[in-house]
Ligand binder design. Structure first.
Ligand code: FES
Length: 105
């Protein structure tokens, strides 16, 4: 699916992501600033924080319990639609997904 990352200033990077790829790795491959993924996707760093709009948040579903705990540790602004992008796997239903990279990430 085509995924777009948008920063606080409205700059966008888009890329086609293979199904099954987690969206932290996809962001790093696409060179998205602010998505670090320091722990490699092990739910131990919260440096892969993104937010979505409410419609996409509902389609993505809520964070899992461990992800929810880790969201308390994000640097910068946490929102009710925040997710850790290493926990989201690309699949065809995510075509057109826009992820917002929080300021200060
Ligand atoms: Fe560390 Fe997502 S990459 S929690």
């Amino acid at each position: 699916p085509l995924i777009t990352w948008r920063d606080a200033d409205g700059r966008e990077i888009s890329g086609n992501v293979a199904s099954g790829t987690n969206l932290m790795r996809a962001a790093r491959d696409a060179g998205v600033p602010g998505i670090h993924g320091d722990c490699g996707g092990a739910l131990a760093c919260a440096t892969c924080h993104v937010a979505t709009d409410p419609v996409w948040a509902e389609r993505l579903g809520p964070p899992g319990p461990l992800e929810d705990e880790m969201l308390d540790m994000v640097d910068g602004e946490w929102t009710p639609t925040s997710r850790l992008s290493c926990q989201i796997l690309a699949h065809e239903d995510l075509e057109g997904l826009i992820l917002i990279v929080p300021p200060g990430a």
